[in-house]
Design a protein around this ligand. Structure first.
Ligand code: IPD
Ligand code: CA
Ligand code: CA
Length: 294
């Protein structure tokens, strides 16, 4: 088993908590998450070489494939084996509440970037994070195609393939590279095209890579200077938020309030351009609401 990241320092996060079964016992939560994420990544790479089996959740473009389901089945089974008392919130619905009302909850996106995956565009990942009540403790984002592993443990920093990472030092919006995403449901109701256009005019550009978890990991690693998106779910953002916080960045909503997992909008930046982006986002919101009624 590969060990990535330091031992978690917080109380109660010592070695071998709540492990069960005969398979090798992970040293801590982060190590368990790394092991499970890498195994799930192997499933995704294996599935990528098969003809895609695409289904639709709802009547828009919310895709699901055999790969999402296989990856999730594996992750939930392994997490349950290691941590039978923990709750699991997983996108495809196979997670569970804990038998003993655990304060620990895993947020699992078994395949983030399903649309990319379904088209053979290798920008997708597995994203897993552990929270104790509202505090994120451990996070892993893994792109198995490029073997890119991002990890974070609260108070211990963030890493990319074992090396410490830090957000970028770009200090102005006009010289920044940004990223955003668009919803797969209620697409016509999304206000994001306006934001996309305006931020494009005021920066070096806005990328749309199609995997929110990887997009956030890229902010943590300094590849992007900021990311925003409306309507993301807890499993899309949980790992990325801890990665960015541990890499020295900032995460909030457009009003500057701390971002709550599953909140209506996330703004994640290197910290240096946070206020400039926020001011512009508020200005775009005001403009797109039109003139005040007489
Ligand atoms: C999607 C991706 C995408 C984002 C969508 C998400 P999925 O997740 O993260 O980048 O724009 O809002 O739903 O469906 O590929 O897990
Ligand atoms: Ca997914
Ligand atoms: Ca997702």
């Amino acid at each position: 088993m590969i060990f990535v990241g330091a031992q978690l320092a917080a109380p109660g996060l010592g070695a071998n908590a709540n492990h069960a079964g005969n398979c090798s016992v992970p040293k801590n939560y982060l190590e368990a998450a790394v092991e499970i994420t890498q195994e799930a990544g192997k499933i995704l790479v294996e599935e990528l070489s098969r003809p895609p089996d695409i289904r639709y959740k709802g009547d828009e473009v919310d895709l699901v494939t055999q790969a999402d389901k296989r990856s999730e089945r594996f992750i939930v089974e392994r997490l349950t084996k290691y941590f039978p008392d923990h709750a699991i919130a997983a996108e495809e619905g196979t997670g569970h509440e804990s038998a003993s009302a655990s304060e620990f909850r895993w947020h699992v996106d078994p395949l983030d970037g399903t649309t990319n995956f379904a088209h053979g565009y290798p920008c997708f990942c597995v994203s897993i994070a552990l929270a104790q009540r509202d505090t994120l403790l451990a996070a892993v984002v893994f792109n198995p195609f490029y073997n890119e592993l991002f990890t974070a443990a609260r108070g211990e920093g963030a890493t990319f393939n074992g090396k410490k990472i830090h957000v970028s030092k770009v200090a102005t919006l006009s010289t920044s590279l940004l990223c955003t995403g668009f919803p797969v449901r209620n697409r016509k109701a999304s206000p994001n095209l306006q934001f996309y256009g305006d931020f494009t005019q005021h920066s070096h550009g806005v990328r749309r890579d199609g995997s929110a978890a990887l997009d956030l990991a890229c902010v943590a690693a300094g590849r992007f200077d900021a990311f925003w998106e409306f309507g993301l779910q807890k499993w899309d953002t949980a790992a990325g938020v801890l990665l960015i916080e541990e890499a020295g960045g900032k995460v909030s909503d457009f009003a500057g309030n701390p971002y709550q997992l599953g909140g209506p909008v996330i703004l994640a930046t290197n910290g240096l351009i946070h206020e400039e982006m926020r001011a512009m986002a508020l200005e775009i919101s005001r403009r797109s609401q039109g003139p005040a009624p007489p």
